[in-house]
Design a protein around this ligand. Structure first.
Ligand code: AMP
Ligand code: TRP
Length: 344
């Protein structure tokens, strides 16, 4: 059965949005709105799977919203909202808690990383997090999900949940007139030269909101001076840049900076090396600073402007939530019938 094509993705309001979020996810969100109906969600319910200070959580929720708008997502043409305003996410997540198997969740590497050694003390929510993520996507029966590389495994789990639901309830799905399958198997969209942006301090670690050193990442709200300093201090090796992509393979820091340059300017890594092959890092970094400031400066400035008007931000979220809820409620009505819940 053909499903209506629809894009869904989410970003957690947990601290500083950085270049990894921007290149791995948000630039894709912006591009996809040209061809799809898109729903972009600030996933505050995912955020609280680890402790969040309440005042910081609401601030960060508004800041991610401001970033979406500042980067060019049109809140009128698409839907921008925060997860907790649409209760259907939690409702469907419960059903998925009963579809997904313990064995599936036990394989999730992000849980293992985040729970670390203190597994017994992590929240139940952190463990069940991928089921909520599947519900986010499938409550809109979304077909395409732009994310960074780190979310690939969670997307595969969402597909497994959709598939098992379709099989387990096949008879009921058919009996209620939904044909062969109720949920689409959502496709990840993970493309381009910066699906995994690495830390500026260590080319083997992911750039992350939670890394203690601010020098490890470029934040969307960094000013030109901060960007310049961070790029200048970024770890490199003593060799000049190679002329061929193969030369980047054993050099994670060089690979990362070239990937960032390529993604920011919309060209391939091979193109970047055609221009900078043989150059010293000092020269390349000057060009990278200029490019980063030119691309990120206006976004940071616009975010700051938007953040001065929280009433506007809240109105965007309220409007988006209302429009999202209409779609989610329709799915939940059908799901309840399929599962056998008696409803009003
Ligand atoms: P999060 O900050 O975990 O909510 O991530 C929001 C989006 O940014 C997701 O699609 C992630 O896959 C993506 N993302 C986060 N960190 C990176 C990174 N270092 N490189 C590329 N994409 C990333
Ligand atoms: N788990 C994602 C992250 O940490 C955020 C997220 C939550 C998401 N729900 C989603 C991404 C649904 C895509 C689709 O980055």
């Amino acid at each position: 059965m053909a499903f209506k094509e629809r894009v869904f993705s989410g970003v957690q309001p947990t601290g500083n949005l950085h270049l990894g979020n921007y290149l791995g996810a948000i630039t894709k969100f912006v591009a996809l709105q040209e061809t799809y109906d898109c729903i972009y969600c600030v996933v505050d319910m995912h955020a609280i799977t680890v402790w969040q200070d309440p005042a910081e959580l609401s601030h960060a929720t508004r800041e991610v919203t401001a970033a979406f708008i500042a980067c060019g997502i049109d809140p009128k043409a698409q839907i921008i909202f925060n997860q907790s305003q649409v209760a259907e996410h939690a409702e469907l997540a419960w059903i998925f808690n009963c579809v997904a198997r313990l064995g599936w969740l036990n394989r999730m590497t992000q849980f293992k990383e985040k729970a670390g050694k203190d597994r017994e003390n992590s929240s139940v929510g952190l463990y069940a997090y991928p089921n909520l993520m599947a519900a986010d996507i499938l409550v809109y029966r979304a077909t395409h999900v732009p994310v960074g590389e780190d979310q690939k495994q969670h997307l595969e789990l969402a597909r497994d949940i959709a598939q098992k639901f379709n099989v387990d309830f096949a008879k009921s799905i058919h009996a209620h007139g939904f044909g062969e399958a109720f949920f689409p198997l959502p496709e990840p969209i993970i493309q381009g030269p910066a699906t995994r942006v690495m830390s500026l301090r260590d080319g083997t670690r992911k750039m992350s909101k939670s890394e203690p050193s601010d020098y490890s990442r470029i934040n969307l709200t960094d000013d030109a001076d901060a960007i310049a300093q961070k790029v200048r201090k970024a770890k490199t090796d003593p060799e000049p840049l190679p002329s061929e992509e193969k030369g980047l393979e054993p050099r994670p820091e060089a690979d990362n900076l070239v990937g960032i340059y390529a993604a920011l300017s919309g060209i391939t890594k091979a193109d970047v090396l055609r221009e900078f092959g043989g150059a010293q890092f000092s020269a390349f970094k000057v060009a990278l600073v200029d490019l980063s400031v030119a691309k990120l400066g206006p976004i940071g400035a616009e975010m700051k402007k938007l953040m001065q008007d929280p009433l506007y931000i809240d109105s965007v979220l309220a409007d988006g939530s209302q429009r999202a809820q209409v779609l989610a409620a329709e799915t939940m009505k059908a799901v309840k019938d399929i599962v056998g819940f008696v409803r009003r």
